[in-house]
Design a protein around this ligand. Structure first.
Ligand code: ATP
Ligand code: CA
Ligand code: CA
Length: 430
């Protein structure tokens, strides 16, 4: 059973919000790209622009289906960031606005954020809390400098920061970022790793119900897994991770994780599905349970799709029309990522052996959820958990140590298959 998110169509409860998000994005992105390139200034980092959209249209804004307000933050800076990550503006607009189709994952994490995929699964829109939005604006200069100096950064790539407000509605902030997982390949296993063990276990019994769930640190250790990199890739990966984490430590960020999607080349894409159809379904099917977004960012196999369609037909019966497949004319490719070291192998990073020869897996990797500042809430949590606990194991520890523990854990599991076998052998001897 595969959950592919819920198509946000007219009947969806968040349709108006999603529609307005996309309408606003289309407007502000077109607007900024209509202007000739220029150097950015300090003021560009603080800039924000408010727009009112209404059904009659205004001097600046076109008429829209609904009345809403939209705020665009630091448009010149995000334009630069998109260029730095090789995002073609026309393609960006097509992905995010074509026929207004998104699929919603609801809220896979505990934070209450909503996640939406662009129609082609290339981009993720994540609604963020007011504090996260304020924080991103505050650190934007440092983030920008970092990605300029580190084109191969593993950090989440933020392509835009906006706010939408419906009449009488709350203000909702959101970011647009890269989907780490490729639209064209099955991800066979997903892990969200923090280097902590407390609460970092997905119940193995639940895997049967939910075979593509996002697993955590203890599941990783239990399987004795490694990021299989020969010396060259290991060195490059660890060095970049250290630079990225140094930034996060300096900015007092914590609670981030390394998201790891594993594509097993021997298994390939089940059914070898390479056709050009992405199936997006209407509500009524099984609900999303827990974090499992990574596994959604893939084309479901024909078998899975057929099974799901059958399931839907049975449950939905006559109340709702049978879901229609949405055909995408051009399968999104990952060519814009080719020049980025960790995303160069079909959008990911291929495993290697001791001799740096190619391995059997492609990893899709990135450091995600990096807008949580170690604030007094976390400090309070630290205090209470710390009262009874063994500190290195609990999650909310100060950013310095959080980062050290993260690097230690991730570097520790990064070794070639041959090396891992040697380690296993020497442990067996002891
Ligand atoms: P919490 O704070 O409770 O951890 P959150 O709402 O901040 O939750 P994230 O940790 O950002 O959510 O993400 C939740 C899950 O969504 C991740 O474990 C991962 O499966 C998926 N996800 C998040 N960002 C990406 C991304 N850029 N690409 C692919 N999948 C992602
Ligand atoms: Ca998280
Ligand atoms: Ca979070």
């Amino acid at each position: 059973r595969v959950v592919v998110g819920t198509k946000v169509d007219e009947h969806h409860q968040n349709y108006v919000r999603a529609y307005n998000m996309l309408t606003g994005i289309r407007f502000v992105v077109s607007r900024i790209h209509a202007r000739p390139e220029r150097e950015i200034t300090e003021a560009d980092f603080r800039a924000s622009h408010k727009y009112s959209f209404d059904i009659t249209g205004a001097e600046l804004t076109p008429s829209t289906k609904y009345d809403f307000k939209f705020k665009d933050y630091a448009p010149w800076v995000f334009r630069r960031i998109r260029t730095a990550f090789n995002i073609d503006p026309a393609e960006y607009l097509v992905s995010l606005t074509a026929k207004y189709i998104l699929s919603e994952l609801g809220s896979p994490g505990k934070s209450g954020s909503f996640f939406y995929f662009s129609r082609d699964y290339k981009y993720i829109i994540k609604t963020i809390h007011h504090a996260e939005h304020k924080f991103l604006r505050k650190i934007l200069v440092e983030y920008y400098d970092h990605i300029r100096d580190n084109p191969n950064t593993l950090l989440s790539q933020f392509y835009g920061l906006h706010r939408v407000k419906l009449p009488y509605g709350a203000k909702v902030h959101f970011v647009i970022m890269n989907n780490l997982f490729p639209p064209h390949r099955d991800i066979h296993r997903t892990f969200d790793l923090k280097g902590s063990t407390v609460g970092r276990d997905f119940r193995e019994e639940d895997l049967e119900k939910n075979p593509r769930a996002t697993l955590k640190d203890l599941n990783w250790l239990r399987r004795n897994l490694h990021l299989e990199f020969g010396p060259t890739k290991k060195e490059a990966f660890v060095a970049q991770m250290q630079k990225d984490v140094a930034l996060l430590q300096r900015l007092k960020i914590m609670d981030y994780s390394l998201l790891v999607g594993i594509h097993d080349l021997e298994r390939g894409n089940e059914e070898n599905l390479r056709d050009k159809t992405l199936q997006v379904f209407q509500p009524g099917g099984p609900k999303v349970e827990g974090p499992q977004m990574g596994n959604l960012a893939r084309t479901p196999s024909k078998l899975e799709t057929a099974a799901r369609a059958r399931h839907l037909r049975e449950t939905v019966k006559k109340e709702r029309p049978i879901p229609m497949a949405q055909t995408i004319d051009k399968m999104p490719d990952e060519s814009h990522r080719k020049s980025f070291y960790f995303y160069a192998d079909e959008g990911g990073f291929r495993a290697t052996h001791d001799d740096d020869g190619a391995g059997e897996e492609i990893y899709y990797l990135g450091i995600i959820d990096c807008l949580t500042r170690y604030n007094f809430v976390k400090k309070a949590e630290h205090f209470w958990k710390g009262m009874g606990g063994h500190e290195p194991q609990i999650s909310p520890i100060p950013p310095e140590r959080y980062g050290e523990r993260f690097i230690r854990f991730i570097s520790g599991v990064t070794m070639s298959r041959e090396q891992a076998e040697k380690v296993r052998f020497s442990h067996a001897l002891q």
